[in-house]
Design a protein around this ligand. Structure first.
Ligand code: SF4
Length: 361
């Protein structure tokens, strides 16, 4: 039985804080720029909107943007599942590079047919800026710098981060931390990144290096510890949340020991069951007929401008547009996206390749 994955997963913090929901409700009531119907929905669901992740954000960012942030989180958590479409993706993911220096068996980077000129490259920083500008113009609040490759391998990554500063409620970086230099640590922290996700699946060398093929455990541990030390020492830097995100391959990895090892170093530890995404195109048919939330939530832009609904489809069979020729907002509401959404709603997932071989719903 294949593991079935929800397209969004919740995150638990190692130290829990609470926040006064009554205060948030009062603030929501005071602001008249919010559509009354939407306000009513948010108020009714406030407990589920403000969980540990939102509490962490509010405690770190203060109340200046509180109302807009809470409304944004409500949309993020509810609109995709309700098939409510905004005029721009709620979450934009930009790929600084498709190149990676590791060959982890659970990742599509282990597919040798992906390592051709057609798929490999670096995003130009001028192009990156034009994408960020569009996100800001269209009131997008969530940007992730990562996708198919390791973002820190782009030599302009620091400049890219700097350009994003103070433009988003949620700015996220995913990295395996193998080349996380001291300079990069400062660049990430200075730019106000909210969440840094370190992709690490173990707490000891032999297991880590068996999974993260090409990585060196001592080096990665040193890099992550240095990042967390710099963060701790510099009270003036924005409070970035650090998360270890591991993939559970079921080969004797201990979730308990993983948590015990990392809990004193980072803020959050998550362990997600492995999903078959290393060769999506040749998976067996999954026989799912449920729509995929991603089509109502997010858009990926590859280094060369190719836009895609997800990175499970890492060779862009579902390509929805070209950001070098079209505006992102036009791609989001354009023909390919509209067609795919309709196919899902009409129960035709099995006719959409590779959605019929993908276990996200
Ligand atoms: S391949 Fe299809 S079903 Fe899977 S994540 Fe992508 S869009 Fe969703």
């Amino acid at each position: 039985m294949p593991y079935k994955m929800k397209s969004s997963q919740s995150v638990d913090f190692l130290s829990q804080s609470s926040i006064d929901l009554g205060f948030i409700k009062d603030e929501l009531q005071k602001v008249d720029r919010i559509d009354p119907g939407l306000r009513k929905e948010v108020l009714k669901n406030i407990e589920s909107v403000v969980s540990s992740q939102e509490t962490d954000w509010i405690l770190k960012n203060g109340t200046t943007n509180l109302v807009d942030y809470v409304v944004y989180r409500y949309k993020f958590k509810n609109f995709p599942r309700a098939r409510r479409l905004e005029q721009f993706p709620l979450h934009l993911l930009l790929e600084p590079t498709s190149v990676c220096n590791l060959r982890c068996p659970m990742c599509f980077q282990s597919d040798s047919s992906f390592h051709t000129k057609e798929y490999m490259g670096m995003m130009d920083s001028g192009f990156f800026k034009s994408l960020v500008d569009q996100a800001v113009e269209n009131n997008c609040k969530c940007l992730t710098l990562a996708s198919r490759g390791e973002p820190t391998l782009n030599k302009d990554f620091g400049k890219m981060l700097e350009y994003c500063k103070d433009k988003f409620f949620e700015l996220k970086v995913n990295t395996h931390a193998t080349v996380l230099s001291e300079r990069l640590c400062y660049e990430i922290l200075d730019s106000g990144v909210n969440i840094v996700v370190f992709s690490v699946d173990s707490y000891y060398k032999e297991e880590y290096e068996k999974i993260r093929v090409g990585g060196n455990f001592e080096q990665v541990l040193e890099n992550i510890k240095r990042f967390c030390e710099i963060k701790k020492r510099n009270k003036t830097l924005p409070k970035t949340t650090t998360r270890i995100s591991g993939v559970y391959l079921g080969q004797g990895q201990s979730k308990r020991e993983m948590l015990d090892f990392w809990k004193d170093i980072v803020d959050v530890v998550t362990f997600t069951d492995v999903v078959p995404r290393w060769d999506t195109y040749n998976n067996e048919s999954m026989n799912y007929n449920t729509p995929c939330d991603m089509l109502w939530e997010r858009m990926y832009v590859w280094y060369d401008g190719t836009c895609n609904p997800c990175d499970f489809d890492y060779k862009s069979r579902l390509k929805v547009g070209d950001a070098k020729k079209q505006l992102l907002k036009d791609i989001w509401t354009g023909k390919p996206y509209t067609k795919y959404r309709k196919m899902f709603l009409d129960g035709m997932r099995e006719k959409l390749y590779p959605c019929n071989r993908c276990n996200v719903y």
